[in-house]
Write a protein that binds this ligand. Structure first.
Ligand SMILES: Cc1cc2nc3c(=O)[nH]c(=O)nc-3n(C[C@H](O)[C@H](O)[C@H](O)COP(=O)(O)O)c2cc1C
Length: 202
C-alpha cells in the first residue's frame, strides 16, 4: 500500500513548537509515513521580531524550513498542526494560514483527512487545552477526523495532555517527555490514517 502522507504544519516564535514539530515529523517518519515539515509564513513586523532576540534567532535558525502552502494540505492524508498559545487561542500566524483555505474547504479538499494538534504555552494552566480545542473547531468545519493522543501510551501519563502534546515553555525547550509524546501522537496519527487509507483503497 502507498505510504501515508503527513504534513506537519506549525508556527513558532521562539522554538518550542518547532521542537515539537520536529519530533512529530520524526515520529511520523518512523511510523512509515512520507513527511513534509512546514512552517507557516510570519506575519509579525520585523521590528517586533528584532525586539525579541530569541524570536529573531529562531527565525534565522529556521530560515531553511519550507513554508506551508495549499499543496501541502491537498497532498496530505493527515495533518499535524502546531501552535503556541496566544491568550488561550492559536497564534494569528497559524490562523492566517488557515484562513486562506476557504477555496479548498469549499471544493471539499479538506474533508476526510486526519487532523491532530500540539501546542506550547508559557504557564502550565495558560490555555493549552483551550488552544487545542479552538484549533479543533476548524477540523470540525473541514469534516476532518480528529485523532487525539488520549492516554494511549505510557508517555501520556507523564506528559499529561490527552488533547494533544503540549509543553510549558517557561521550563525551557521541550525535553524528553514532551518530545516522546509528540512522536507518539504522530505515530498514532499515522497508524489511524493508514487504516483509513487501506479501507478506502479496498
Ligand atoms: C501575544 C501572546 C499571547 C500569549 N498567550 C499566552 C497564554 O494565553 N498562555 C500562556 O501560558 N502563554 C502565552 N503566551 C506565551 C507563549 O504561548 C509562549 O511563548 C509560546 O508557547 C512559546 O512557544 P514558541 O517557542 O514555539 O514560540 C503568549 C505569548 C504572546 C506573545
Amino acid at each position: 500500500m502507498e505510504p501515508v502522507n503527513v504534513a506537519v504544519i506549525y508556527y513558532s516564535s521562539t522554538g518550542s513548537v518547532h521542537a515539537l514539530a520536529q519530533a512529530a515529523a520524526e515520529g511520523a517518519e518512523k511510523a512509515g509515513a512520507r513527511v513534509r515539515l512546514r512552517k507557516v509564513a510570519e506575519t509579525a513586523p520585523p521590528e517586533a521580531i528584532a525586539a525579541n532576540p530569541a524570536w529573531g534567532r529562531h527565525a534565522q535558525d529556521t530560515a531553511d524550513v519550507a513554508e506551508a502552502g495549499h499543496d501541502d494540505l491537498i497532498w496530505a492524508d493527515a495533518v499535524l498542526f502546531g501552535t503556541p498559545a496566544r491568550f488561550g487561542n492559536p497564534s494569528s500566524q497559524l490562523r492566517a494560514f488557515i484562513d486562506t483555505t476557504g477555496p479548498l474547504w469549499f471544493a471539499g479538499k479538506l474533508t476526510d483527512k486526519v487532523y491532530s494538534a500540539f501546542t506550547a504555552s508559557n504557564t502550565a494552566h495558560g490555555g493549552q487545552e483551550s488552544t487545542l480545542l479552538a484549533l479543533a473547531n476548524t477540523f470540525y468545519h473541514w469534516g476532518g477526523i480528529i485523532v487525539p493522543p488520549g492516554y494511549t501510551d505510557p508517555i501520556q501519563f507523564q506528559s499529561g495532555n490527552p488533547y494533544g502534546t503540549s509543553h510549558v515553555a517557561a521550563d525551557g525547550l521541550p525535553g524528553d517527555v514532551a518530545l516522546q509524546a509528540a512522536r507518539h501522537q504522530a505515530r498514532r496519527t499515522v497508524d489511524t490514517t493508514a487504516l483509513l487509507k487501506a479501507g478506502r483503497a479496498a
